[in-house]
Design a protein around this ligand. Structure first.
Ligand code: PGA
Length: 250
């Protein structure tokens, strides 16, 4: 049985005061008996506070990024070791905004993944095509290379620490979602690819989340698809009611 996951990517939103309010709201209202794993990813400065608040709950706190080096002269950056030391064991890597605005490429992401795994962290690895790739019907190629170049050097055992998130760039923050069929088609393609390289056990166990304008009113349909194991939520994760309504849609 694959783990069902709903993760909130807060991006550059919420002060520490707002973080406390939002998390308390989520904790007060979330379904403690649900088998769905709930993850929140606030900005770096609020991670410690988030860990403190989520202590003794089932809610997991993740970072949105980290540097690939163990430490050193990298002004403004955060290492895996620093994250683990404050109780963060999950990290989002490869988000399209990191790829687009900070020029993160597959080779760099392969390094980041290696560093995270060395620290025994769980990686939520994002991938997905841009609009032009889809219009040219080249999206399967793009996705295959993104995964091959960043993840296919891993051994089978390391895949236990990988969660995938398919996020078509054209659907992020645009209000335009992939249809449930489009999501299923890509998720199925990705699971097949992993099956070819690593075999059935690995491909059947990896959770593949969908991200891109998931909202309370479309979550159920998207999550109903066989190869969609949950969602990575941006905008709608900034509101406790919306986030929990999405989490309850699995
Ligand atoms: P969105 O963002 O839900 O606001 O489209 C998703 C994401 O970037 O992870």
């Amino acid at each position: 049985m694959r783990t069902k996951i709903v993760a909130g990517n807060w991006k550059m939103n919420k002060t520490q005061t707002e973080t406390v309010t939002l998390l308390n709201d989520i904790i007060l209202n979330y379904n403690k008996n649900s088998a769905t794993k709930l993850i929140v990813a606030p900005p770096f400065v609020n991670l410690s506070k988030a860990v403190e608040i989520c202590n003794n709950t089932n809610i997991i706190v993740a970072a949105q990024n980290m540097h690939q080096a163990e430490g050193g002269a990298f002004t403004g950056e955060i290492s895996a070791n620093m994250l683990v030391n404050i109780g963060i064991n999950y990290v989002i890597l490869g988000h399209s905004e990191r790829r687009m605005y900070f020029k993160e490429n597959d080779a760099l992401l392969a390094n980041k993944v290696d560093t995270a795994l060395k620290h025994n962290m769980m990686v939520i690895f994002c991938f997905g095509e841009e609009l032009k790739d889809r219009l040219e019907n080249n999206h399967f190629n793009i996705i295959e290379y993104q995964l091959r170049d960043a993840l296919f050097h891993l051994d089978k055992n390391q895949w236990k620490n990988i969660i995938l998130a398919y996020e078509p760039v054209w659907a992020i923050g645009t209000g335009e979602t992939a249809t449930p069929e489009q999501a299923q088609e890509v998720h199925h393609f990705v699971r097949n690819l992993i099956d070819q390289v690593y075999g059935f056990e690995t491909s059947d166990n990896v959770s593949i989340l969908y991200g891109g304008s998931v909202k309370p009113d479309n979550a159920k349909q998207i999550f109903s698809k066989q190869d969609v194991d949950g969602g990575l939520i941006g905008g709608a994760s900034l509101n406790a009611n919306e986030f929990l309504s999405i989490a309850n849609s699995i």
